[in-house]
Design a protein around this ligand. Sequence first.
Ligand code: AMP
Ligand code: MG
Length: 416
Amino acid sequence: MSSCDCGSHGGAGGLKSLEDALELLLTHARTVEGREEVPIARALGRVLASGVVSRITMPPWDNSAMDGYAVNSSDLVAPGVRLPISQRIPAGAAGAPLVPGTAARIFTGAPVPENADCIVIQEVCRRDGDHVVIDQPAAPGANIRRAGEDIRAGHEVLTAGTRLGPQHMGLLASVGVAEVSVYRRLKVAIFSSGDELVMPGVPLGPGQIYNSNEFTLEGLLESIGCEVIRLGIVEDTFEATCTALEAAAAQADMVMASGGVSVGEEDHIKPAVERLGSLDLWKIAIRPGKPLAFGHIGNVPFIGTPGNPVSLFVTYCLLARPFILRSQGVSGSLVPRAVSAKIDFDWMQPDKRREFARARLDLDAQGEAWVSTYRSRSSGVLSSLAWANGLAILPEGTPLRRGDSVSFIPFNELLR
Ligand code: AMP
Ligand code: MG
């Protein structure tokens, strides 16, 4: 995978480039204050607040990588050598120093006895009563896992800012760490603006649609470990928007809202956030999802996305997600990794804005990866996101032909 720089700088026609918007956002991201100790079994998805140093060496001692016989290679003078079996060392036993001229029966994970320098795998040995006949030579060091080949005592095994996955939980356990210090979960209060919205479960009246953004957003935020406070649907008035924003900022580390971010008569986010704090409204050179509102209510950051369900999704993935990860204390690059793959379509009317197309990466019969895009480009079509398995980046102003390569960001880079 290559790192996706998502194309060149400079937005079209006074628009802000994605890179500039992201950079500006990240300069405002403050890591959440507050840490807690959690047992490693409860640490999945949490972000380490301090690095973890191993107090032990792993493996603690040389051990056998296979079931077989521990011998000294100098005793394997010729194929068919017959050695007495002087001891049996299963995993969990300590074993005694190897008596010269003998073999020790040994099992995977058991400590290699002193004086032995290799393990002969059982497949090339024949048991003969209390002796073993060894049909193949073995070199010193064969089938031995060395002490410390994984980890040395005193080494930092995980650095602060690591978001813990199952592999990290296992690593922590392997060095005997039972609890880790992680940042407190980021609390994000969310609401949806729109008089047309109702909650699923009730019948639709005239002019109404279901509030889907709340659920998309909640899922997106929970998938990266946020605690979500749902404030529901907010009517399209200045007063109701101010009330919702105040309530949200009072109980959360961050506020996110969808809808009402444009500058129409029915859009109250901008004036309401400006009344309570400060706000910038950016037009970003991406499609879908042009407008993004970013501001503060007191110290609490606010991100407002367009109401169109696909625009919400794309602006969240490209802008809000990295901001939130940084606020959670995640270190390192937050740029999703894109792969390069060929497109299976012609793209002769490119947009002036960079398009993040809902796309699928599939393999053909030869195992080659091809990107296809959804039939509709409408930012209202949620079924396109359920169909897609990633976003294809179609560069601004660049016609493309079938077989040209584009960058493709798999959803698994974005939805966790
Ligand atoms: P807005 O950004 O408020 O102008 O909304 C743009 C479009 O998105 C309109 O068609 C809205 O009906 C739709 N929309 C706004 N909020 C939501 C929501 N929470 N769930 C589903 N669709 C929405
Ligand atoms: Mg609206």
